[in-house]
Write a protein that binds this ligand. Sequence first.
Ligand SMILES: [Zn+2]
Ligand SMILES: [Zn+2]
Length: 303
Amino acid sequence: MIDICLAGTGGMMPLRNRWLTTCYSEVQGNGILIDCGEGTQIALAEADVNTNRINTLLITHFHADHISGFPGLMLSLANFQKTSPLYIFTPPSGKEIIQKLSCICSVLPFKIYVDELPPDRFFTFNSPAIPDFEIISAPMNHTTKCLAYRLTLNRKPIFNPEKAKELNIPVQYWKILHRGEIVEFDGNIYTTEMVTDGERKSLAYTYATDTRPNDNLVQLAENADLFICEGMYGDEENVADLRKKGHMNFIDAAHIAKKANVKELWLTHYSPALPNPYAYKDSVRKFFYNTKIPKDGFKTFLS
Ligand SMILES: [Zn+2]
Ligand SMILES: [Zn+2]
């Protein structure tokens, strides 16, 4: 199961009742956060997120509304007595920028590791903290180097103890077999397939902000259970401004959701000039029906 919480939904600057876009997800007690604009630690607290489970931080790009909350978040984690390492993945220049931001919170009780991801191609990796979670980054089309992410939980098949008992396999080998390893016992060889009940579907969600529509994003979101995507404005308003600043509107996001055949679309990163994004629900649903226009703290789980 993956728990997902879109703790903030704003773009550019925090507003009363709208924090900057940030997304928390949790798998097996491990937290992954994507982006940390100004005030992110407050957005997470208001959404009842258990902040000190965060052990992986993904950064889309280095515009202030996606990174300027980093020192505050680090100090909050320190205050919550976090001691386990934090693994951070960023576009190029991440090591230097994180180091500079860290100089005002230099004494932390946990280690930080920063990996810079390729800015020009799809790249698959794992956070050392969550080996079961496969992460793919892909370059977007913004005014600075920007990455979108797809997170996939590849689930093990369900273990069937009755099958293991029938084969007289001692209990101490069950976990090993469930992990996918072969066991040799009493002259016999046992495999995972012999004690499990078929494959389980993987769970995936894609997160993209900030960007113009592009083919990489369609590919990254393909068949995802959930697609969280930026939309600065509701419809065709401010098109020239969106092009110039490397953003899209709700309809652009809906077109991508449809092309990629995702199950559900959540919009986010609303412009401060868009006080009521919820008014566009019906118009955007003409293009992709299963669209949600979340408020801060919107949650779901994939299972
Ligand atoms: Zn932004
Ligand atoms: Zn940006």
